[in-house]
Design a protein around this ligand. Structure first.
Ligand SMILES: [Mg+2]
Length: 305
């Protein structure tokens, strides 16, 4: 496989991320009770669907891979900061406001977050499918590069583990893995800890055919915005996608509520990387800042034609 193949997959992942992110974000309302019937009846929200941090930080990973073919955490952090400062109002977490709001982000800044523990939030995982798609042919590079991409902002071992696991799940899906093999691929490179525990719980649910919504009760749904509360559910949803189309899998994902822009961004990215067709009617609904539109132009123009 050539780097061009990897980049084409990464671009598809970025499109799936943007559409999932924007779709999921439209279902944030003050009370989940108001949202549930809309999701049950599959009522798409009117107006533009703006993308959030998940897409903009995935774009930073994509840009770095397009330019240099690998990830440098410091360079990636600066690139993410540039997108942050262009529009800080895209739903960034508190740690990221802290990190990117300063003058110039540098080496060691991410490690100093949260009193020196580093972040174990889901931010490393939410943007990593692009790298998983790019390095799908080389599992060792995938693990290394996924960890580097996480460390730009999330240096806690669990923040890194979540990124490695989700990149591995995406890479496996790209390579044709399905079902329990997707969960096993995510678990493989991860050390013992909460993310690994969640993936083992997902593996135990799989043979029982548990729905995504029921699985979320065990695995979490990102409501705590930690990697361990987000990655196992997203891996489970990819593993149980079967032959369902992109929009159907995204409806299942958003029905789990929780951190729904992020879970939908991650699932959308994983599916699109592996060749699922991103629902054409949804693509024009997504409001994309110019740099994102530019990166996705080949795919978005194709969908519009
Ligand atoms: Mg977001």
């Amino acid at each position: 496989m050539s780097p061009a193949d990897g980049l084409a997959r990464a671009r598809r992942a970025l499109l799936g991320c943007a559409v999932g992110d924007a779709f999921g974000e439209t279902f944030f309302r003050r009370l989940d009770e108001l949202v549930r019937p809309l999701i049950a009846q599959r009522v798409l929200q009117e107006g533009d669907w703006p993308v959030t941090d998940d897409s903009m930080l995935s774009l930073a990973v994509f840009e770095q891979l397009a330019e240099r073919g690998d990830i440098d955490p410091d360079d990636l952090a600066r690139r993410m900061q540039w997108h942050y400062q262009a529009d800080p109002g895209r739903g960034y977490g508190g740690g990221m406001h802290d990190l990117f709001g300063r003058g110039a982000v540098g080496a060691g800044d991410a490690a100093a977050l949260f009193g020196g523990t580093g972040s174990y939030g889901n931010g490393g995982a939410m943007r990593v499918a692009v790298a998983g798609a790019y390095f799908a042919d080389d599992p060792a590079a995938l693990v290394d590069q996924a960890a580097r991409s996480a460390r730009a902002t999330h240096t806690h071992p669990e923040g890194v583990a979540g990124a490695v696991a989700f990149a591995a799940a995406t890479g496996a899906l790209v390579q044709g893995a399905r079902g329990a093999n997707v969960i096993a691929a995510a678990r493989g490179p991860v050390e013992h800890g909460p993310v690994a525990d969640g993936l083992e719980a997902a593996a135990a649910l799989y043979p029982r055919g548990v729905s995504a919504g029921k699985a979320a009760a065990t695995l979490g749904n990102g409501a705590r915005v930690s990697a361990a509360d987000t990655v196992p559910l997203c891996v489970y949803i990819l593993a149980t996608a079967g032959d369902a189309p992109f929009d159907e899998v995204l409806w299942r994902t958003v029905a789990c509520l929780g951190d729904r822009d992020t879970t939908c961004a991650m699932v959308g990215a994983g599916l699109a990387a592996a060749g699922w067709s991103v629902t054409p009617a949804w693509i024009p609904r997504v409001e994309m800042p110019e740099p994102l539109r530019r990166a996705l132009a080949p795919l978005v123009d194709e969908a519009a034609a």
